[in-house]
Design a protein around this ligand. Structure first.
Ligand code: SR1
Ligand code: MG
Length: 421
């Protein structure tokens, strides 16, 4: 999509106070005297500008999309409209699970700007995973957030008109979907131009790219991603999209929001936890107990998700699917329980498959993860990443034959203990 001519201009720390000073929702929080505002640009993600703007009165986050991919530069144009999808996703997530995403104060579509709540003293979850910090309530918050946003954005909850209007809105986010379709599901499996990987992985990369079962499995997952508009997804739900304090968890950055399969958000998140698990030897000598904590979080997220999803199924199933009039109202509550179990099984298998492709793409495609990138010793980095690739392959290929989360975590433990990869 080409941008039509607009007055769009990227903010700078110098221009920001003058440009945003007249916006009441921001001035209410920072004061009207913009000479007292101080801004700094702190964006460390792959795509956008992010400013912390503060005064003696308060702090605000100002996020602005750039017309290109920041990670790559202006050789890769990207529509500003992603801010519109992010804004729409944020307000829906806030309704579906209040208190977990930052409050939006102001949205300017032409300038692709979202002014929102400054989360303090939160840090990005990846940083906390590298530092070996435990977060109280992490699994509970993330599992419930997943269940509530995925259930309440789906045909299980929404009426047909609202749901179709939403599908239409997010279906126009073509370029961001294309990024995921390409970087997540295809590039890792051949020598694509933007790929890069740690040289020590060459033998396993050759093996994986020759692995037909894996490639077919990855394409099966891509077909689900592209064809199954099951619910509104966050769309980029990795541990860089979560902010934490030792006792609080928030979710940010849903600019990749789209309608897709529930297991995509869950799998992407779990895949990132499993990578953080394998990366621990690169961040401290004695991380065995912390590694177990990470696996406990994975277990807890799935348990919370399935418990809360089941509760919502029983209490809030007001949409167009599996209507109560067909089951409970006919004196057949067991019928809806049977359907629930089948849905959870499908989401489980999708979750494992998407976790597997996420691990593989974060190791071989364009965008990697800080937990691995920051391991300076190349042989150690290759070792951590290689273990992740082993698990990723198993998750994609064997997703239909894996029982409970305990056995998947056992597989991760076993791969972590193997002498070499
Ligand atoms: C070109 S964007 C690369 C990656 O960064 C985002 O966070 C998404 O994960 C995307 O795949
Ligand atoms: Mg992001």
């Amino acid at each position: 999509m080409t941008e039509t001519a607009t007055n769009y201009a990227p903010l700078t720390v110098e221009t920001l106070p003058g440009r945003l000073g007249g916006i009441k929702a921001i001035a209410d929080r920072l004061g009207a005297d913009t000479s007292k505002w101080r801004s700094k640009e702190v964006g460390d993600g792959n795509l956008n500008l992010v400013f912390i703007v503060e005064s003696d009165q308060g702090k605000v986050i100002v996020k602005q999309a750039l017309p290109y991919v920041r990670l790559v530069g202006d050789s890769w144009p990207l529509p500003l409209k992603r801010a519109y999808y992010e804004y729409n996703a944020l307000i829906r997530q806030a309704e579906r699970d209040p208190g977990i995403v930052p409050e939006v104060y102001h949205f300017d579509e032409e300038q692709a700007i979202i002014a929102m709540e400054f989360l303090h003293p939160h840090i990005i979850l990846r940083q906390s995973l590298m530092a070996g910090q435990k977060i109280d309530g992490l699994a509970e918050t993330l599992g419930k957030f997943l269940a509530r946003t995925l259930f309440r954005g789906s045909d299980l909850s929404m009426d047909t008109a609202k749901r179709k209007a939403d599908v239409r809105l997010f279906a126009e986010s073509v370029e961001l979907c294309d990024i995921t379709e390409t970087l997540v599901f295809s590039d890792p499996y051949f020598e694509a131009e933007r790929n890069h990987h740690t040289p020590g992985l060459d033998p396993i990369v050759r093996e994986l790219r020759a692995d037909i079962d894996l490639k077919v499995g990855a394409q099966d997952m891509k077909a689900k991603f592209a064809n199954n508009a099951e619910t509104m997804l966050h769309g980029d739900f990795h541990t860089g999209s979560v902010m934490v304090t030792p006792t609080d968890t928030k979710v940010i950055d849903p600019e990749f929001a789209l309608y897709g399969p529930m297991g995509f958000d869950i799998g992407m998140l779990l895949g990132n936890f499993w990578m953080a698990y394998f990366a621990q030897p690169g961040h401290g000598a004695d991380r065995a107990e912390y590694q177990e904590w990470i696996l406990g979080v994975v277990d807890g997220i799935w348990a919370e998700f399935s418990t809360e999803f089941s509760r919502l199924w029983r209490e809030e199933r007001t949409g167009i699917l599996y209507e109560r009039s067909l089951f409970e109202d006919q004196g057949q509550p067991l019928g809806s329980e049977q359907a629930l179990a089948a849905r959870l099984q499908m989401i489980w298998e999708d979750t494992l498959g998407f976790a597997g492709v996420e691990i593989i793409r974060r190791t071989l495609s364009l965008a990697h993860i800080a937990e691995n990138d920051s391991i300076e010793e190349e042989a150690l980095r290759a070792d951590c990443e290689g273990r992740g690739l082993r698990l990723g392959r198993q998750l994609v290929v064997n997703r239909g034959h894996m029982g409970a989360m305990a056995s998947v975590n056992d597989l991760a433990r076993q791969i972590a203990q193997e002498a070499t990869v």
